[in-house]
Write a protein that binds this ligand. Structure first.
Ligand code: 6PG
Length: 489
Protein backbone atom coordinates (compact mmCIF):
# COMPACT_ATOMS: atom_id res chain seq x y z
CA UNK A 1 0.00 0.00 0.00
CA UNK A 2 1.34 3.42 -0.84
CA UNK A 3 1.60 6.00 1.91
CA UNK A 4 -1.26 7.98 0.45
CA UNK A 5 -3.48 4.89 0.21
CA UNK A 6 -2.72 3.88 3.75
CA UNK A 7 -3.59 7.38 4.99
CA UNK A 8 -6.93 7.20 3.18
CA UNK A 9 -7.64 3.76 4.63
CA UNK A 10 -6.81 5.03 8.08
CA UNK A 11 -8.94 8.11 7.78
CA UNK A 12 -11.83 6.06 6.36
CA UNK A 13 -11.73 3.67 9.28
CA UNK A 14 -11.69 6.69 11.60
CA UNK A 15 -14.69 8.09 9.77
CA UNK A 16 -17.33 6.68 12.06
CA UNK A 17 -19.48 9.64 13.09
CA UNK A 18 -22.93 9.92 11.52
CA UNK A 19 -23.00 13.66 12.03
CA UNK A 20 -20.72 16.43 13.21
CA UNK A 21 -21.68 19.51 15.21
CA UNK A 22 -19.53 22.61 15.10
CA UNK A 23 -20.23 25.52 17.44
CA UNK A 24 -20.66 24.17 20.94
CA UNK A 25 -22.30 27.03 22.82
CA UNK A 26 -25.45 26.01 24.69
CA UNK A 27 -27.66 25.33 21.64
CA UNK A 28 -24.94 23.42 19.77
CA UNK A 29 -23.96 21.36 22.83
CA UNK A 30 -27.53 20.47 23.58
CA UNK A 31 -28.27 19.40 20.01
CA UNK A 32 -25.07 17.32 19.99
CA UNK A 33 -26.12 15.66 23.25
CA UNK A 34 -29.63 15.07 21.92
CA UNK A 35 -28.16 13.38 18.83
CA UNK A 36 -25.83 11.23 20.95
CA UNK A 37 -28.65 10.27 23.31
CA UNK A 38 -30.52 8.98 20.27
CA UNK A 39 -27.74 6.57 19.43
CA UNK A 40 -25.93 8.63 16.79
CA UNK A 41 -22.17 8.93 16.86
CA UNK A 42 -21.45 12.67 16.93
CA UNK A 43 -18.18 14.34 15.99
CA UNK A 44 -17.60 17.51 18.01
CA UNK A 45 -15.80 20.65 16.94
CA UNK A 46 -15.44 24.10 18.39
CA UNK A 47 -13.07 26.94 17.65
CA UNK A 48 -11.89 26.87 21.27
CA UNK A 49 -11.18 23.29 22.30
CA UNK A 50 -11.99 24.13 25.92
CA UNK A 51 -15.72 24.08 25.06
CA UNK A 52 -15.45 20.67 23.40
CA UNK A 53 -13.65 19.31 26.43
CA UNK A 54 -16.11 20.88 28.85
CA UNK A 55 -18.95 19.16 27.01
CA UNK A 56 -17.15 15.81 27.04
CA UNK A 57 -16.24 16.13 30.69
CA UNK A 58 -19.75 16.99 31.83
CA UNK A 59 -21.85 14.99 29.39
CA UNK A 60 -19.54 12.49 27.73
CA UNK A 61 -21.78 9.74 29.10
CA UNK A 62 -24.71 10.91 26.99
CA UNK A 63 -23.51 8.77 24.08
CA UNK A 64 -20.81 8.22 21.52
CA UNK A 65 -18.84 11.41 20.79
CA UNK A 66 -15.72 11.88 18.67
CA UNK A 67 -13.47 14.67 19.97
CA UNK A 68 -11.74 16.64 17.23
CA UNK A 69 -9.55 19.70 17.25
CA UNK A 70 -9.10 20.86 13.66
CA UNK A 71 -11.62 21.19 10.85
CA UNK A 72 -9.71 18.55 8.83
CA UNK A 73 -9.84 16.10 11.74
CA UNK A 74 -13.53 16.92 12.24
CA UNK A 75 -14.44 16.34 8.60
CA UNK A 76 -12.26 13.23 8.54
CA UNK A 77 -14.25 11.76 11.44
CA UNK A 78 -17.49 11.70 9.43
CA UNK A 79 -19.10 8.89 7.45
CA UNK A 80 -19.96 9.72 3.82
CA UNK A 81 -21.96 11.59 2.73
CA UNK A 82 -20.64 13.80 5.50
CA UNK A 83 -23.19 15.73 7.49
CA UNK A 84 -22.15 18.76 9.50
CA UNK A 85 -24.47 20.88 11.59
CA UNK A 86 -23.26 24.44 12.14
CA UNK A 87 -24.52 26.05 15.33
CA UNK A 88 -22.80 29.43 15.36
CA UNK A 89 -24.12 32.98 15.66
CA UNK A 90 -25.90 33.94 12.45
CA UNK A 91 -24.01 36.33 10.19
CA UNK A 92 -20.35 36.56 9.19
CA UNK A 93 -19.33 33.73 11.52
CA UNK A 94 -21.55 31.37 9.53
CA UNK A 95 -19.87 32.31 6.23
CA UNK A 96 -16.42 31.81 7.77
CA UNK A 97 -17.26 28.33 9.09
CA UNK A 98 -18.95 27.32 5.84
CA UNK A 99 -15.86 28.33 3.88
CA UNK A 100 -13.55 26.30 6.09
CA UNK A 101 -15.82 23.28 5.94
CA UNK A 102 -16.41 23.48 2.20
CA UNK A 103 -12.67 23.48 1.60
CA UNK A 104 -12.34 20.19 3.48
CA UNK A 105 -15.53 18.49 2.20
CA UNK A 106 -16.35 16.63 -1.03
CA UNK A 107 -19.23 16.71 -3.52
CA UNK A 108 -22.36 15.13 -2.09
CA UNK A 109 -21.55 16.18 1.50
CA UNK A 110 -24.14 18.16 3.44
CA UNK A 111 -23.71 21.33 5.46
CA UNK A 112 -26.62 22.25 7.72
CA UNK A 113 -26.98 25.72 9.21
CA UNK A 114 -29.08 25.41 12.36
CA UNK A 115 -28.84 29.07 13.37
CA UNK A 116 -31.37 31.87 12.90
CA UNK A 117 -29.96 32.88 9.50
CA UNK A 118 -31.62 35.42 7.25
CA UNK A 119 -33.31 33.37 4.51
CA UNK A 120 -31.80 35.44 1.71
CA UNK A 121 -28.33 34.56 3.07
CA UNK A 122 -29.39 30.92 3.01
CA UNK A 123 -30.48 31.22 -0.64
CA UNK A 124 -27.11 32.77 -1.50
CA UNK A 125 -25.14 30.14 0.42
CA UNK A 126 -27.12 27.28 -1.08
CA UNK A 127 -26.44 28.51 -4.60
CA UNK A 128 -22.76 29.01 -4.08
CA UNK A 129 -22.27 25.60 -2.40
CA UNK A 130 -24.37 23.85 -5.04
CA UNK A 131 -21.89 25.17 -7.61
CA UNK A 132 -19.22 23.27 -5.68
CA UNK A 133 -21.32 20.08 -5.51
CA UNK A 134 -22.12 20.50 -1.82
CA UNK A 135 -25.60 20.38 -0.35
CA UNK A 136 -26.60 23.19 1.94
CA UNK A 137 -29.56 22.89 4.27
CA UNK A 138 -30.80 25.96 6.14
CA UNK A 139 -32.68 24.51 9.09
CA UNK A 140 -34.76 26.55 11.49
CA UNK A 141 -34.50 25.05 14.96
CA UNK A 142 -36.86 26.22 17.66
CA UNK A 143 -37.24 25.39 21.31
CA UNK A 144 -34.46 27.20 23.08
CA UNK A 145 -31.92 25.37 25.20
CA UNK A 146 -34.37 22.91 26.65
CA UNK A 147 -35.87 22.05 23.28
CA UNK A 148 -32.44 21.54 21.72
CA UNK A 149 -31.70 18.92 24.35
CA UNK A 150 -35.03 17.20 24.72
CA UNK A 151 -36.74 17.68 21.38
CA UNK A 152 -36.93 20.85 19.28
CA UNK A 153 -39.12 21.65 16.31
CA UNK A 154 -36.94 21.50 13.21
CA UNK A 155 -37.65 23.26 9.90
CA UNK A 156 -35.10 22.10 7.32
CA UNK A 157 -35.04 23.59 3.84
CA UNK A 158 -32.54 22.77 1.10
CA UNK A 159 -32.50 20.07 -1.56
CA UNK A 160 -35.10 17.29 -1.19
CA UNK A 161 -32.29 14.82 -1.84
CA UNK A 162 -30.42 15.86 1.31
CA UNK A 163 -33.54 15.33 3.35
CA UNK A 164 -33.48 11.65 2.40
CA UNK A 165 -30.20 11.23 4.24
CA UNK A 166 -30.79 13.85 6.90
CA UNK A 167 -34.50 13.48 7.62
CA UNK A 168 -34.43 10.29 9.70
CA UNK A 169 -31.61 11.67 11.82
CA UNK A 170 -33.32 15.01 12.47
CA UNK A 171 -36.71 13.40 12.99
CA UNK A 172 -35.20 11.12 15.64
CA UNK A 173 -34.16 14.08 17.81
CA UNK A 174 -37.20 16.31 17.21
CA UNK A 175 -40.13 16.64 19.61
CA UNK A 176 -42.88 14.11 18.93
CA UNK A 177 -46.61 14.84 19.15
CA UNK A 178 -49.00 11.88 18.91
CA UNK A 179 -46.12 9.88 17.44
CA UNK A 180 -45.50 12.47 14.70
CA UNK A 181 -42.07 14.12 14.68
CA UNK A 182 -41.96 17.93 14.75
CA UNK A 183 -39.67 17.99 11.73
CA UNK A 184 -40.38 17.86 8.02
CA UNK A 185 -38.75 19.00 4.81
CA UNK A 186 -40.10 22.52 4.27
CA UNK A 187 -38.95 23.13 0.69
CA UNK A 188 -35.92 24.25 -1.33
CA UNK A 189 -33.10 26.65 -0.39
CA UNK A 190 -34.14 29.38 2.08
CA UNK A 191 -37.62 28.06 2.88
CA UNK A 192 -36.63 26.52 6.23
CA UNK A 193 -35.13 29.73 7.54
CA UNK A 194 -38.00 31.77 6.09
CA UNK A 195 -40.62 29.81 8.03
CA UNK A 196 -38.45 29.91 11.16
CA UNK A 197 -38.27 33.70 10.75
CA UNK A 198 -42.07 33.94 10.56
CA UNK A 199 -42.32 31.51 13.51
CA UNK A 200 -40.25 34.01 15.48
CA UNK A 201 -42.44 36.87 14.26
CA UNK A 202 -45.48 35.02 15.58
CA UNK A 203 -43.53 34.43 18.80
CA UNK A 204 -43.09 38.21 19.09
CA UNK A 205 -46.83 38.79 18.51
CA UNK A 206 -47.80 36.09 21.01
CA UNK A 207 -45.56 37.62 23.66
CA UNK A 208 -46.81 41.15 23.01
CA UNK A 209 -50.43 40.02 23.29
CA UNK A 210 -49.67 38.22 26.54
CA UNK A 211 -47.97 41.40 27.78
CA UNK A 212 -51.02 43.51 26.92
CA UNK A 213 -53.34 41.04 28.67
CA UNK A 214 -51.15 41.21 31.79
CA UNK A 215 -50.95 45.01 31.65
CA UNK A 216 -54.73 45.32 31.41
CA UNK A 217 -55.24 43.08 34.42
CA UNK A 218 -52.84 45.27 36.33
CA UNK A 219 -53.82 48.66 35.00
CA UNK A 220 -57.56 48.30 34.50
CA UNK A 221 -58.34 45.85 37.29
CA UNK A 222 -55.56 46.65 39.77
CA UNK A 223 -54.76 42.96 40.24
CA UNK A 224 -51.60 41.95 42.10
CA UNK A 225 -48.97 40.17 40.01
CA UNK A 226 -49.35 36.89 41.92
CA UNK A 227 -53.06 36.82 41.15
CA UNK A 228 -52.43 37.53 37.45
CA UNK A 229 -50.00 34.60 37.45
CA UNK A 230 -52.84 32.32 38.55
CA UNK A 231 -55.11 33.62 35.78
CA UNK A 232 -52.49 32.64 33.19
CA UNK A 233 -52.03 29.26 34.86
CA UNK A 234 -55.78 28.75 34.59
CA UNK A 235 -55.88 29.89 30.95
CA UNK A 236 -53.21 27.32 30.25
CA UNK A 237 -55.73 24.58 30.91
CA UNK A 238 -58.07 25.63 28.07
CA UNK A 239 -58.08 26.96 24.50
CA UNK A 240 -55.08 29.17 25.23
CA UNK A 241 -52.93 26.25 26.39
CA UNK A 242 -49.45 26.98 25.12
CA UNK A 243 -45.83 27.09 26.19
CA UNK A 244 -45.74 30.90 26.30
CA UNK A 245 -48.87 31.16 28.48
CA UNK A 246 -47.47 28.43 30.75
CA UNK A 247 -44.14 30.21 31.27
CA UNK A 248 -45.90 33.56 31.73
CA UNK A 249 -47.42 32.11 34.91
CA UNK A 250 -43.93 30.95 35.96
CA UNK A 251 -42.29 34.32 35.36
CA UNK A 252 -45.10 36.22 37.10
CA UNK A 253 -44.93 33.92 40.13
CA UNK A 254 -41.23 34.58 40.59
CA UNK A 255 -40.38 36.78 43.57
CA UNK A 256 -37.10 38.68 43.68
CA UNK A 257 -35.03 37.35 46.58
CA UNK A 258 -33.32 40.68 47.20
CA UNK A 259 -36.32 42.98 47.37
CA UNK A 260 -39.22 40.62 47.98
CA UNK A 261 -41.00 42.22 45.00
CA UNK A 262 -42.37 40.30 42.02
CA UNK A 263 -39.38 39.75 39.72
CA UNK A 264 -41.27 41.41 36.85
CA UNK A 265 -41.21 44.66 38.84
CA UNK A 266 -37.44 44.74 39.13
CA UNK A 267 -36.74 43.90 35.48
CA UNK A 268 -35.99 46.96 33.31
CA UNK A 269 -38.97 47.41 30.97
CA UNK A 270 -36.99 47.65 27.72
CA UNK A 271 -37.42 44.64 25.45
CA UNK A 272 -34.47 43.41 23.41
CA UNK A 273 -34.54 41.83 19.98
CA UNK A 274 -31.97 40.02 17.93
CA UNK A 275 -33.57 40.64 14.55
CA UNK A 276 -35.86 37.83 13.43
CA UNK A 277 -39.03 39.78 14.26
CA UNK A 278 -37.74 42.81 12.39
CA UNK A 279 -36.83 40.62 9.40
CA UNK A 280 -40.34 39.20 9.38
CA UNK A 281 -41.83 42.68 9.14
CA UNK A 282 -39.39 43.83 6.47
CA UNK A 283 -40.23 40.75 4.42
CA UNK A 284 -43.96 41.30 4.99
CA UNK A 285 -43.59 44.84 3.64
CA UNK A 286 -41.76 43.57 0.57
CA UNK A 287 -44.35 40.87 -0.04
CA UNK A 288 -47.23 43.30 0.56
CA UNK A 289 -48.73 41.19 3.33
CA UNK A 290 -50.34 43.06 6.25
CA UNK A 291 -48.62 41.26 9.10
CA UNK A 292 -49.85 43.91 11.52
CA UNK A 293 -49.79 41.91 14.75
CA UNK A 294 -46.12 41.05 14.33
CA UNK A 295 -45.30 44.61 13.27
CA UNK A 296 -46.99 46.04 16.38
CA UNK A 297 -45.02 43.61 18.51
CA UNK A 298 -41.71 44.64 16.93
CA UNK A 299 -42.59 48.34 17.27
CA UNK A 300 -43.73 47.84 20.87
CA UNK A 301 -40.28 46.44 21.70
CA UNK A 302 -38.69 49.40 19.92
CA UNK A 303 -40.91 51.86 21.81
CA UNK A 304 -40.03 50.23 25.13
CA UNK A 305 -36.34 50.67 24.32
CA UNK A 306 -36.69 54.32 23.23
CA UNK A 307 -35.55 55.48 26.62
CA UNK A 308 -34.83 59.10 25.70
CA UNK A 309 -38.27 59.57 24.13
CA UNK A 310 -39.96 57.89 27.06
CA UNK A 311 -38.08 60.00 29.59
CA UNK A 312 -39.05 63.17 27.75
CA UNK A 313 -42.69 62.14 27.35
CA UNK A 314 -43.47 60.54 30.69
CA UNK A 315 -46.25 62.46 32.40
CA UNK A 316 -47.79 63.89 29.21
CA UNK A 317 -51.45 64.59 29.83
CA UNK A 318 -53.82 61.66 29.39
CA UNK A 319 -56.99 63.72 29.11
CA UNK A 320 -60.10 62.52 30.90
CA UNK A 321 -59.83 58.80 31.47
CA UNK A 322 -62.68 56.34 31.42
CA UNK A 323 -63.71 54.32 34.45
CA UNK A 324 -62.35 50.91 35.28
CA UNK A 325 -64.58 47.89 34.56
CA UNK A 326 -66.76 47.07 37.53
CA UNK A 327 -67.16 43.36 36.97
CA UNK A 328 -63.68 41.96 37.42
CA UNK A 329 -64.44 38.34 36.48
CA UNK A 330 -66.30 39.43 33.37
CA UNK A 331 -63.45 41.67 32.26
CA UNK A 332 -60.88 38.91 32.81
CA UNK A 333 -63.00 36.77 30.49
CA UNK A 334 -63.10 39.63 27.99
CA UNK A 335 -59.31 39.83 28.05
CA UNK A 336 -59.10 36.10 27.52
CA UNK A 337 -61.35 36.33 24.45
CA UNK A 338 -59.39 39.32 23.11
CA UNK A 339 -56.14 37.42 23.57
CA UNK A 340 -57.48 34.39 21.75
CA UNK A 341 -58.93 36.38 18.83
CA UNK A 342 -55.81 38.53 18.43
CA UNK A 343 -53.67 35.40 18.54
CA UNK A 344 -55.73 33.91 15.71
CA UNK A 345 -55.12 37.12 13.74
CA UNK A 346 -51.35 36.89 14.34
CA UNK A 347 -51.23 33.28 13.13
CA UNK A 348 -53.52 34.04 10.18
CA UNK A 349 -51.21 36.84 9.11
CA UNK A 350 -48.08 34.73 9.64
CA UNK A 351 -49.51 31.93 7.53
CA UNK A 352 -50.49 34.46 4.84
CA UNK A 353 -46.91 35.69 4.78
CA UNK A 354 -45.59 32.14 4.46
CA UNK A 355 -47.98 31.48 1.55
CA UNK A 356 -46.80 34.69 -0.14
CA UNK A 357 -43.12 33.88 0.43
CA UNK A 358 -43.66 30.37 -0.86
CA UNK A 359 -45.33 31.69 -4.02
CA UNK A 360 -42.65 34.35 -4.52
CA UNK A 361 -39.77 31.88 -4.30
CA UNK A 362 -41.56 28.80 -5.70
CA UNK A 363 -41.10 26.78 -2.50
CA UNK A 364 -44.44 24.94 -2.34
CA UNK A 365 -44.57 25.15 1.46
CA UNK A 366 -47.52 23.23 2.93
CA UNK A 367 -49.11 25.27 5.72
CA UNK A 368 -50.68 22.16 7.29
CA UNK A 369 -47.23 20.62 7.65
CA UNK A 370 -46.05 23.69 9.50
CA UNK A 371 -48.97 23.61 11.90
CA UNK A 372 -48.08 19.96 12.48
CA UNK A 373 -44.42 20.52 13.31
CA UNK A 374 -45.15 23.58 15.45
CA UNK A 375 -47.40 21.58 17.77
CA UNK A 376 -44.41 20.53 19.86
CA UNK A 377 -40.85 21.54 20.64
CA UNK A 378 -40.99 25.15 19.48
CA UNK A 379 -41.56 28.34 21.43
CA UNK A 380 -45.01 28.98 19.90
CA UNK A 381 -46.23 25.42 20.55
CA UNK A 382 -49.88 25.60 21.47
CA UNK A 383 -52.93 23.45 21.71
CA UNK A 384 -54.62 25.46 18.99
CA UNK A 385 -52.06 24.45 16.38
CA UNK A 386 -54.02 21.19 16.24
CA UNK A 387 -56.97 23.29 15.10
CA UNK A 388 -54.85 25.07 12.51
CA UNK A 389 -53.65 21.70 11.27
CA UNK A 390 -57.24 20.50 10.93
CA UNK A 391 -58.25 23.70 9.14
CA UNK A 392 -55.56 23.18 6.49
CA UNK A 393 -56.33 19.48 6.26
CA UNK A 394 -59.93 20.40 5.45
CA UNK A 395 -58.90 23.07 2.97
CA UNK A 396 -55.25 23.29 1.93
CA UNK A 397 -56.05 26.44 -0.10
CA UNK A 398 -57.66 28.28 2.83
CA UNK A 399 -57.59 32.02 1.95
CA UNK A 400 -57.25 32.98 5.63
CA UNK A 401 -57.35 31.12 8.93
CA UNK A 402 -60.00 33.61 10.00
CA UNK A 403 -62.50 32.11 7.55
CA UNK A 404 -61.89 28.49 8.60
CA UNK A 405 -65.14 27.37 10.27
CA UNK A 406 -63.62 26.67 13.69
CA UNK A 407 -61.73 29.97 13.95
CA UNK A 408 -64.54 31.98 12.38
CA UNK A 409 -66.90 30.74 15.10
CA UNK A 410 -64.34 31.20 17.88
CA UNK A 411 -63.56 34.79 16.90
CA UNK A 412 -67.24 35.66 16.34
CA UNK A 413 -67.97 34.29 19.82
CA UNK A 414 -65.42 36.61 21.36
CA UNK A 415 -65.95 39.71 19.25
CA UNK A 416 -67.98 41.68 21.83
CA UNK A 417 -65.35 41.00 24.47
CA UNK A 418 -62.60 41.99 22.07
CA UNK A 419 -64.26 45.36 21.38
CA UNK A 420 -64.81 45.97 25.10
CA UNK A 421 -61.14 45.30 25.81
CA UNK A 422 -59.87 47.58 23.04
CA UNK A 423 -62.26 50.39 23.96
CA UNK A 424 -61.53 50.06 27.69
CA UNK A 425 -57.79 50.16 27.02
CA UNK A 426 -58.20 53.33 24.93
CA UNK A 427 -60.55 54.93 27.45
CA UNK A 428 -58.22 54.17 30.37
CA UNK A 429 -55.05 55.19 28.54
CA UNK A 430 -53.49 51.72 28.68
CA UNK A 431 -51.50 50.97 25.52
CA UNK A 432 -52.72 47.81 23.80
CA UNK A 433 -51.39 48.21 20.25
CA UNK A 434 -51.54 44.55 19.25
CA UNK A 435 -55.09 44.03 20.56
CA UNK A 436 -56.20 47.23 18.84
CA UNK A 437 -54.52 46.68 15.52
CA UNK A 438 -55.60 43.04 15.34
CA UNK A 439 -59.20 44.13 15.82
CA UNK A 440 -58.76 46.80 13.15
CA UNK A 441 -57.35 44.14 10.80
CA UNK A 442 -60.33 41.91 11.45
CA UNK A 443 -62.74 44.79 10.84
CA UNK A 444 -60.73 45.72 7.75
CA UNK A 445 -60.87 42.33 6.08
CA UNK A 446 -64.55 41.85 6.87
CA UNK A 447 -65.62 45.27 5.59
CA UNK A 448 -67.50 45.40 2.30
CA UNK A 449 -66.06 48.77 1.41
CA UNK A 450 -62.84 50.40 2.57
CA UNK A 451 -61.68 54.01 2.38
CA UNK A 452 -59.06 52.79 -0.07
CA UNK A 453 -61.50 54.10 -2.69
CA UNK A 454 -60.82 57.61 -1.41
CA UNK A 455 -57.07 56.91 -1.39
CA UNK A 456 -57.35 56.00 -5.07
CA UNK A 457 -59.29 59.20 -5.77
CA UNK A 458 -56.60 61.27 -4.06
CA UNK A 459 -53.82 59.48 -5.92
CA UNK A 460 -55.62 60.18 -9.14
CA UNK A 461 -56.11 63.85 -8.17
CA UNK A 462 -52.49 64.68 -7.44
CA UNK A 463 -50.67 62.20 -9.62
CA UNK A 464 -53.04 60.93 -12.32
CA UNK A 465 -52.44 57.43 -10.96
CA UNK A 466 -55.86 56.30 -12.29
CA UNK A 467 -58.48 54.16 -10.58
CA UNK A 468 -60.73 51.24 -11.46
CA UNK A 469 -64.52 51.52 -11.31
CA UNK A 470 -66.89 49.12 -9.56
CA UNK A 471 -69.27 49.03 -12.55
CA UNK A 472 -67.03 48.48 -15.58
CA UNK A 473 -63.57 47.17 -16.45
CA UNK A 474 -60.62 49.39 -17.32
CA UNK A 475 -58.57 52.15 -15.72
CA UNK A 476 -59.94 55.70 -15.44
CA UNK A 477 -58.76 59.20 -14.74
CA UNK A 478 -60.70 62.31 -13.87
CA UNK A 479 -59.48 65.53 -15.50
CA UNK A 480 -59.25 67.27 -12.13
CA UNK A 481 -57.53 70.40 -13.41
CA UNK A 482 -59.87 70.80 -16.38
CA UNK A 483 -63.59 70.16 -16.64
CA UNK A 484 -63.50 67.13 -14.25
CA UNK A 485 -64.87 64.79 -16.84
CA UNK A 486 -63.63 61.21 -16.77
CA UNK A 487 -61.44 59.62 -19.39
CA UNK A 488 -60.43 56.03 -19.86
CA UNK A 489 -56.67 55.60 -19.75
C1 6PG B 1 -36.77 29.75 19.24
C2 6PG B 1 -36.55 31.19 19.57
C3 6PG B 1 -35.10 31.53 19.47
C4 6PG B 1 -34.76 32.88 20.07
C5 6PG B 1 -35.10 34.01 19.13
C6 6PG B 1 -35.76 35.18 19.71
O1 6PG B 1 -37.58 29.52 18.36
O2 6PG B 1 -36.18 28.91 19.89
O3 6PG B 1 -37.27 32.00 18.70
O4 6PG B 1 -34.73 31.39 18.14
O5 6PG B 1 -35.31 33.03 21.32
O6 6PG B 1 -33.87 34.35 18.57
O7 6PG B 1 -34.86 36.18 19.93
P1 6PG B 1 -35.14 37.71 20.21
O8 6PG B 1 -36.36 37.83 21.04
O9 6PG B 1 -33.90 38.07 20.97
O10 6PG B 1 -35.21 38.38 18.90
Amino acid sequence: MTDAASTTAQSDSAARAQIGVTGLAVMGSNIARNLARHGHTVALHNRSIAKTDALLEKHGDDGDFVRTETIEEFVGALQRPRRVLIMVKAGDATDAVIEELAAAMEPGDIIIDGGNALYTDTIRRERSLADRGLHFVGAGISGGEEGALNGPSIMPGGPAESYKSLGPLLESIAAQVDGVPCCTHIGPDGSGHFVKMVHNGIEYADMQLIGEAYDLMRGALGMPVAEIAEVFAEWNTGDLESYLVEITAEVLRQVDAETGKPLVDVIVDEAGQKGTGRWTVKSALDLGIPTTGIAEAVFARALSSSRATRDAAVGLASGALGAAPTDKAAFINDIKAALYASKVVAYAQGFDQIAAGSAEYGWDVHPGDLATIWRGGCIIRAQFLNRIREAYQENPALPSLLVAPYFKAAVEDGIDSWRRVVSTAAAMGIPAPAFGSSLAYYDGIRAERLPAALTQGLRDFFGAHTYRRVDKPGAFHTLWGEDRSEVES
